[in-house]
Design a protein around this ligand. Structure first.
Ligand SMILES: Cc1cc2nc3c(=O)[nH]c(=O)nc-3n(C[C@H](O)[C@H](O)[C@H](O)COP(=O)(O)O)c2cc1C
Length: 197
C-alpha cells in the first residue's frame, strides 16, 4: 500500500550512541515523538551483535549475507521502513564503530540495488549527529558517509533532514537546551514523504 494511503508510517530508528540518555539519543526521541502516527522500531546498535563485512563477495551474487546475526532481521526492516532515522555521536569526526559495521553490512542492499532488485517505493532518511566540540567542517565526513549510504540503499533525503549539533560535550537528556529539543521536534514534524511518496 502506498505511504499516502496508510495512517501510520513505518520507522526504523537506529541509535548509534552507547549512551541511551545521551545527547544524540535524547534528540532522536524528541524527533520520534513529533512524527505523528508511526510504528517505530528502535535499534540500539551498541546492543547489537553485527559481524564486520569481510568482502567475501557472496552478496554480489545472492541477496543475502554469509553472517546470520543481529543484522539479518534488519535487512527486511530497512526494506519495509518508510523512514530510516539515524542518530549518532561524532567519534573522530566519523560514525561510531557499531553504526559503521551496520552500514558496511548494507553492502547486501547496495549489490541488490545494483542488480535492480528490491523496493521501488519512496523511502527517506534523516540524521541527528552531535559533536562535543565545534570546529570547521566537523560534520562533513559524516554527512558525506550518510548521504552515500542513503543513496546506495535507495533512500531519499533532504539537506534539512540532517540535524547537526555542535558543542554537546557533557550534555545529556536532563541538560539538553530547549532550542535543540525544539529543533529535533521541528524536524520530526516535517519528516513526511514528499510528492509521490
Ligand atoms: C571516542 C570519542 C570520540 C569523539 N570524537 C569527537 C570528535 O571527533 N568531534 C567532536 O566534536 N566530538 C567528539 N566526541 C564527543 C562526542 O561526539 C559528543 O560528546 C557527543 O555529543 C556525544 O553524544 P552522545 O551523548 O549521544 O553519545 C568524541 C567522543 C568520544 C567518546
Amino acid at each position: 500500500m502506498p505511504v499516502s494511503e496508510r495512517t501510520e508510517i513505518r520507522v526504523l530508528a537506529l541509535f548509534g550512541s552507547p549512551r541511551k540518555t545521551g545527547a544524540s539519543s535524547t534528540l532522536h526521541e524528541s524527533l520520534l515523538a513529533a512524527l505523528g502516527p508511526a510504528e517505530v522500531r528502535r535499534v540500539h546498535l551498541y546492543d547489537a551483535a553485527i559481524h564486520p563485512c569481510t568482502a567475501c563477495g557472496h552478496c554480489a551474487r545472492r541477496r543475502e549475507c554469509i553472517f546470520d546475526d543481529d543484522m539479518t532481521p534488519l535487512y527486511e526492516a530497512i526494506e519495509e521502513a518508510d523512514l530510516l532515522s539515524i542518530s549518532m555521536p561524532l567519534y573522530f569526526s566519523s560514525p561510531p564503530g557499531p553504526l559503521k559495521l551496520f552500514i558496511d553490512r548494507c553492502q547486501v542492499l547496495w549489490e541488490s540495488t545494483r542488480r535492480r532488485e528490491g523496493a521501488a517505493k519512496r523511502r527517506w532518511g534523516s540524521l541527528i549527529c552531535t559533536g562535543g566540540a565545534r570546529y570547521r567542517n566537523m560534520f562533513l565526513p559524516t554527512v558525506t558517509i550518510i548521504r552515500h549510504f542513503f543513496n546506495s540503499i535507495g533512500y531519499d533525503y533532504r539537506r534539512e533532514d540532517f540535524l547537526l549539533v555542535a558543542n554537546m560535550e557533557g550534555i545529556h537528556g536532563a541538560t539538553m537546551p530547549e532550542k535543540h529539543l525544539s529543533g529535533a521536534r521541528k524536524l520530526g514534524s516535517a519528516l513526511r514523504p514528499g510528492p509521490g511518496g
